[in-house]
Ligand binder design. Structure first.
Ligand SMILES: [Zn+2]
Length: 224
């Protein structure tokens, strides 16, 4: 369906937020089966913590498999609930950590989806692309400061994500961003878990329908 003559291509973007260890242990092997890459949205102040990815894993995603790494504040703070000096420090230090590890540092995802004008001004001193938490329709030219995403919830099945991709094709969207947080059999009360079988089904659908999977950075360079 992605290759219908006469209709523009819809690129699929996969994102993982918050650096849960299952992104490495469970998602990566499935992604590698299909040679898919993703945008890995991390809080650099939390890397190496309990249940979190290590720096070595974060670097492996990007250097061995071509993933993009993206900022998300040092400690996943709520920006509206913190003084502006803290917000500035959390954004800048996070960006600096990405840079110092030789990782991509051009995309930022709003933690919790909330930001004021003042926050945006700080973010845009460092980053070129901003992913929000709203599910927006996205056409060319992309508004790279205001990208949307479909966030996979624990009570969804693979069909929800597949339906969103089909809708993107029907609406001629140039990109559709499908976002995951953790890939575990048991959600353990977390609201944003995707079971491994559902994750595999979604990846299989993307592969079998010939979609090209790119990163946020690549999409913004190509389509904004
Ligand atoms: Zn997050």
């Amino acid at each position: 369906m992605a290759t219908d003559p006469g209709s523009a291509q819809t690129y699929v973007i996969i994102t993982f937020d918050d650096a849960h260890e299952s992104i490495y242990s469970t998602a990566l092997p499935i992604m590698n089966e299909y040679e898919f890459k993703a945008t890995n949205v991390i809080n650099t102040g939390c890397i190496g913590g309990e249940d979190k990815l290590s720096w070595q894993e974060v670097e492996e995603f990007e250097f061995d498999y071509g993933w993009e790494t993206a900022g998300h504040t040092l400690h996943h703070i709520s920006m509206p609930n913190n003084p502006i000096e803290i917000v500035e420090y959390e954004i800048y230090q996070d960006w600096l950590n990405l840079q110092e590890h030789g990782l991509s540092h051009s995309t930022f995802a709003l933690p919790g989806g909330n930001a004021t004008e003042e926050h945006y001004e700080i973010i845009l001193q460092y980053y070129e692309n901003v992913r929000t938490s709203r599910d927006l329709c996205m056409h060319t030219p992309l508004d790279r400061k205001n990208l949307g995403y479909f966030s996979y919830h624990t009570d969804y099945t693979a069909e929800h994500a597949i339906a969103r991709i089909i809708k993107a094709v029907e609406y001629n969207e140039s990109i559709v961003v499908i976002g995951f947080h953790r890939i575990l059999e048991d959600a353990m009360g977390h609201p944003r878990n995707c079971k491994p079988d559902d994750f595999r089904k979604i990846m299989k659908f993307i592969f079998e329908n010939g979609f090209e999977v790119i990163t946020i950075k690549e999409a913004c360079e190509m389509l904004s």
